[in-house]
Write a protein that binds this ligand. Structure first.
Ligand code: PLP
Length: 330
């Protein structure tokens, strides 16, 4: 088992497992890429859209990579040490990843998040033993960021705050793993990267690696079309607190995507490819289709951040239910 590329420079191991048996952190990364067939007919024959299925990570999302690299760096620098609590603001997936790592490594985790995140997320976090602090459901991820800052200011020595929006180790995770994996999995043929933006760590780190490998690879960020959207995990940059790790000049293009269209794409991929994804994956594939329609040939890598079963109590499911006219109890 080769494990993640992060293990190359792993300074702090929680303790060796039995010989040859991987630990949970060794299973982060090396996710599969699949060709999406449901887009055929909508894109030119010479263009392939390959999805990187990040739901296969421990904790169920792309954020396992960033969370592990930030924790790993924190342990290496001594900022995270026994007695400290891992604290962060998160719209969900990073929190789940941190809670998973806290449980695996033996550190308590406290998370600030908007009260209206999905029920599944709240329950998963509770199962990992994390403490949840709710921020206003009307202030989105920015409200969680501000409340988290307040908690930290009240007792700074008590906490280790990975600070995913400003921690370069977030983007570095993708520079070290996601980028090299895509390069390898496409045999160096990738022409475009499409990644949605929350903290922007995925697009920044993966994009930087791919640009260094081939400067003509186009880096595309997909964001919600407007401030009021229903794509959990994503930020509309113009109306948000801009992450410190976001460098617009490192991205060739930003594409705005509508919530309803993203949901619709999720339903199409589920029915057409047998892959039930989260709504941000729908947004990424929509942006990839928009790019594909401008090309004759190409190989577009789209990051699919998580699976859809995490959203079955949200509007994503309700849209599908209404479309199929299922009884409201379904
Ligand atoms: C479901 C989902 N999609 C996309 C993203 C965006 O990833 P990044 O924070 O690397 O920009 C996130 C981030 O939390 C997410 O939870």
């Amino acid at each position: 088992m080769s494990g993640t590329g992060l293990s190359d420079a792993r300074p702090c191991q929680p303790g060796p497992g039995p010989r040859g048996v991987p630990r949970i952190v060794d299973l982060i990364g090396n996710t599969p890429m699949v060709e999406l067939s449901c887009v055929r007919g909508r894109v030119p024959a010479g263009v392939r859209i390959l999805g990187k299925v990040e739901g296969f990570n421990p904790g169920g999302s792309v954020k396992a990579r960033a969370a592990w690299n930030m924790v790993r760096r924190g342990l290496a620098s001594g900022q995270l040490r026994p007695g400290k609590i891992i604290l962060d603001s998160t719209s969900g997936n990073t929190g789940i990843a941190l809670a998973m790592l806290g449980a695996a490594l033996g550190y308590p985790v406290s998370l600030v998040m908007p009260e209206n995140v999905s029920l599944e997320r709240k329950r998963v976090l509770a199962a990992y033993g994390a403490n949840i602090v709710y921020s206003s459901p009307f202030e989105g991820s920015d409200g969680a960021i501000l409340l988290c800052r307040e908690l930290l200011a009240q007792d700074p020595d008590r906490y280790f705050k990975p600070d995913q929006y400003n921690n370069e180790a977030n983007a570095e995770a993708h520079y070290l793993t996601t980028g090299p994996e895509i390069w390898r999995q496409t045999g160096g043929k990738v022409t475009h990267l499409v990644a949605t933006i929350g903290t922007s760590g995925t697009v920044m780190g993966t994009g930087r690696f791919l640009k260094e490998s081939n400067p003509s690879v186009q880096i595309v960020a997909a964001e919600p079309e407007d401030a009021f959207h229903g794509i959990e995990g994503l930020k509309h940059m113009a109306s948000s607190i801009v992450p410190g790790i976001w460098h617009r000049e490192q991205v060739d293009r930003v594409i705005g995507v509508e919530t309803e269209a993203s949901y619709d794409m999720v339903y199409q991929i589920a029915a057409g490819d047998g892959l039930l994804l989260g709504q941000s994956s729908g947004a990424a594939v929509l942006a990839a289709i928009e790019i594909a329609q401008e090309l004759k040939e190409g190989c577009i890598a789209a990051i699919l951040p998580d699976f859809g079963d995490r959203y079955l109590s949200t509007n994503l499911w309700l849209g599908w239910r209404d479309r199929h006219q299922l009884a409201s109890s379904n």
